[in-house]
Design a protein around this ligand. Structure first.
Ligand SMILES: [Zn+2]
Length: 301
């Protein structure tokens, strides 16, 4: 079977992705961000159109189960804008779920079955399984989700995308998933730029995992120059072929359609042109086009 990227409108050849925003949320509702939820279809379309206008052709949505995940909504956004949209199934880090959330009592096998049916079932299909880790540790719900994601990967081939908390535990996560049968090149680690340490992430990248940076525009934490320097340092260490970039607009207050900013298009409209000026177009093409076409592709089983 040929490699495909599984989008909400069906499987596409990896070469069809074009410039890709590797981490976004078009719908997201979580108890730990009260007042910052967003679930409006028209606003999602409005926001996605700004990404298209800025040159984006594919968006990977990382919203997992229980947090406003809306595959049908993603399909409508994709149809309205022409964007390729990859949906996620999966379970986020522990903190996003209330004490009585039904996901907390689910068994590994049942959760794996749910992931597999989201990836391979008859509805709008997901193209990644997203899981999450806490700060320097894995909590019980997270261990269950890791095991279920690994089982779903074994059964479908789907890539496993991991939220890291402050960029911690990259290599440990790769080793943990490796022990469960997930090869490093099927693992995408998000938010690594929260810990802008090129040496540490180079080690994780050399183990074969995908390194995702997704904090451009989060000026209150660090300036974009920090991320550009991290990219330059990782490229210098030979990791240009393992880097992915996203915007991770996970709050309504980061969306212009909701009266916030900097907007879903920030990575493409502002950060990418600056990256091209400062680090060159060849590196940009690898990060935004070549690498996503490999990272999010899989051979369906
Ligand atoms: Zn996210």
């Amino acid at each position: 079977m040929p490699l495909v990227v599984r989008t909400v409108r069906g499987d596409v050849e990896p070469s069809e992705l074009g410039p890709t925003d590797a981490h976004e949320h078009l719908f997201f509702v979580t108890p730990i961000q009260p007042g910052d939820e967003f679930a409006d279809l028209d606003k999602a379309i409005e926001e996605a159109q700004t990404l298209v206008a800025a040159g984006g052709r594919t968006l990977v949505d990382w919203t997992p189960l229980g947090l406003g995940r809306d595959p049908e909504g993603l399909l409508r956004v994709s149809e309205a804008t022409g964007l390729h949209v990859v949906a996620a199934t999966g379970v986020h880090r522990d903190a996003h779920y209330l004490a009585d959330d039904p996901l907390r009592s689910i068994a590994v096998d049942a959760l794996a079955d749910r992931f597999v049916s989201d990836v391979s079932g008859s509805g709008v299909r997901s193209g990644v399984v997203k899981i999450g880790a806490s700060y320097h540790r894995l909590q019980p719900l997270e261990r269950t989700a890791f095991a279920a994601a690994a089982e779903a990967h074994r059964r479908t081939g789907v890539p496993v995308c991991v939220h890291t908390e402050h960029g911690t535990m990259g290599l440990r996560i790769v080793e943990h998933l490796g022990g469960l049968g997930v090869p490093p090149d099927s693992i995408v680690l998000a938010h690594l730029d929260r810990n802008p340490d090129a040496g540490e992430h180079a080690e994780t990248g050399n183990a074969g995992a995908w390194l995702q940076l997704d904090g451009p525009g989060r000026t209150k934490y660090w300036p974009d120059s920090t991320i550009l320097q991290l990219i330059a340092d990782l490229a210098e260490r030979g990791l240009a072929g393992r880097l992915l970039l996203g915007g991770d607009t996970g709050r309504s207050s980061t969306m212009r359609a909701y009266g916030g900013g900097p907007g879903l298009d920030y990575v493409f409209a502002r950060f990418k042109p600056r990256l091209e000026r400062e680090l060159g177009e060849e590196l940009s093409r690898r990060i935004f086009v070549e690498n996503p076409a490999r990272a999010f592709a899989f051979e369906p089983r």
